[in-house]
Design a protein around this ligand. Structure first.
Ligand code: SF4
Length: 344
C-alpha cells in the first residue's frame, strides 16, 4: 500500500516519540487524569516547564479523587509560577465535578469534555483523541504551523485557523487518532520549529509544499500585531517591626483571583488598596521599577515602603507574612518580581 502523509507521520512517531511523564507507553492505555492534568497545564505553558509541575501534582494528588479533596490554597500554592491562575481554579472545579457527577470517570467524547470547567475546544479534542482514541483533531499553534507549511497555505492568522482545522480533520486516521495528535505535537516542537525547521529529518519532506518552494520559515502568516496597552501602578510594601510584610488576598473572580498580593493601587481599579491614606507622608519610594507583561497589557510598578509602628494590624484585610515564607504562599509571578526587587 502506498504511504500517505498520515502513515509516514505515524511511522516517524513510532521511532521518535518523546517520552513524557503523562504519556502512555507504546501500546498501553493512557490515564485520562494524567492526560487532562497535562493538557490544562500545557495551556499557555511550555512542555519543559510543565514536566516538573505535573510530577509534583501527581506526587501530591495521584488520582482525581485526591485532587478533588485538596484544599484550595494547597492547589493554588502548588500552581504558583505556572501563571493564568483561572486554570488552577477551574482545575479544582473540574476535579470535584468529575468526582461528584461522573463517579470519578472523565467523559470520553469531545462534546462532553467541552462542557467541563477550563476545557476549551483544543483541550477537549486533545483529551478525546489521546485518552480515549476518539477521531478528534486538536489544533494549536504548533499544528497550525506544521499544516500551513505542508499545504503552503499563505492565508494569514486568524483566518487560517478554520482552514487548518478542516485540513487536520481530513488527515486524522480512523485507527490511532491519539497517536496522530501526539505525533503532530512532536513534529511541531522538534522538527517543524518556527525558525530553521529541520526539513532534512522530516517524514513529510517529500510531501511538503512549503519546503519544496522554500517558504517554510515564512509560514504561518500573521495579521499585524497590535501594541499592548500600558498600565502603571504602585505597590505598598508595609513591614512590621519584625520585618514581616502585609499581604492581601484578591477576590476569587478576576485577574489573579484568589492569589495573595502586596497591596497595590492604580493598575487594577477593582483591587485598589487605600494604604497610602493610612500613614500619609511617611511612605518612602524605592528606586527602580518592576515590569510585568500580562496577556492583555504591560504593567510597570513602582514600590513605596513604610514600617508599621503599631502592635495592632493595619485596618485593611490581609495578614503578615515573613519573607522566608513567601514561597509557601500562592504569590503570582508579578509579585514574586516585586519581592525580588525589594529584597535584592
Ligand atoms: Fe515542516 Fe520542513 Fe517538515 Fe515541511 S518538511 S513539515 S516545513 S519540517
Amino acid at each position: 500500500m502506498q504511504a500517505t502523509p498520515t502513515s509516514k507521520l505515524l511511522d516517524w512517531y513510532d521511532a521518535h516519540r518523546r517520552a513524557l511523564p503523562w504519556r502512555a507507553l507504546p501500546g498501553a492505555v493512557a490515564n485520562p487524569y494524567h492526560v487532562w492534568l497535562s493538557e490544562i497545564m500545557l495551556q499557555q505553558t511550555t512542555v519543559a516547564t510543565v514536566i516538573g509541575y505535573f510530577e509534583k501534582f501527581i506526587d501530591i494528588w495521584p488520582t482525581v479523587h485526591d485532587l478533588a479533596a485538596a484544599e484550595d490554597d494547597a492547589v493554588m500554592t502548588a500552581w504558583a509560577g505556572l501563571g493564568y491562575y483561572a486554570r488552577a481554579r477551574n482545575l479544582l472545579k473540574c476535579a470535584r465535578l468529575i468526582v461528584d457527577q461522573h463517579a470519578g470517570h472523565f467523559p470520553d467524547t469531545e462534546d462532553a469534555l467541552r462542557a467541563l470547567p477550563g476545557v476549551g475546544p483544543y483541550t477537549a479534542a486533545a483529551i478525546a483523541a489521546i485518552a480515549f482514541n476518539q477521531p478528534a483533531a486538536p489544533v494549536d499553534g504548533n499544528i497550525e504551523r506544521v499544516l500551513s507549511r505542508l499545504a503552503a497555505d499563505t492565508t494569514p492568522l486568524p483566518k487560517l485557523k478554520a482552514r487548518i482545522k478542516a485540513y487536520n480533520a481530513s488527515l486524522v486516521p480512523a485507527e490511532r487518532p491519539g497517536d496522530f495528535a501526539q505525533a503532530m505535537m512532536d513534529l511541531g516542537s522538534s522538527l517543524c520549529t518556527p525558525k530553521r525547521p529541520a526539513c532534512g529529518d522530516c517524514p513529510w519532506q517529500a510531501d511538503c509544499a512549503a519546503h519544496a518552494s522554500g517558504v517554510a520559515e515564512t509560514l504561518p502568516r500573521k495579521a499585524p500585531k497590535r501594541e499592548k496597552p500600558e498600565r502603571r501602578g504602585t505597590v505598598y510594601w508595609l513591614e512590621n517591626k519584625a520585618g514581616d510584610v502585609w499581604m492581601a488576598r484578591r477576590p476569587e473572580k478576576g485577574l489573579l483571583g484568589g492569589m495573595y498580593m502586596f497591596p497595590s493601587q492604580g493598575w487594577d481599579p477593582a483591587n485598589d488598596a487605600p494604604l497610602d491614606t493610612l500613614a500619609p507622608g511617611t511612605w518612602t519610594p524605592l528606586s527602580g521599577e518592576v515590569v510585568h507583561v500580562f496577556t492583555h497589557f504591560r504593567l510597570t510598578l513602582t514600590v513605596e515602603a513604610h514600617t508599621w509602628p503599631h502592635d495592632d494590624p493595619p485596618p485593611i484585610e490581609g495578614r503578615w507574612v515573613a519573607p522566608h515564607d513567601f514561597a509557601n504562599v500562592a504569590l503570582p509571578s508579578v509579585m514574586v518580581k516585586v519581592a525580588k526587587h525589594v529584597l535584592s
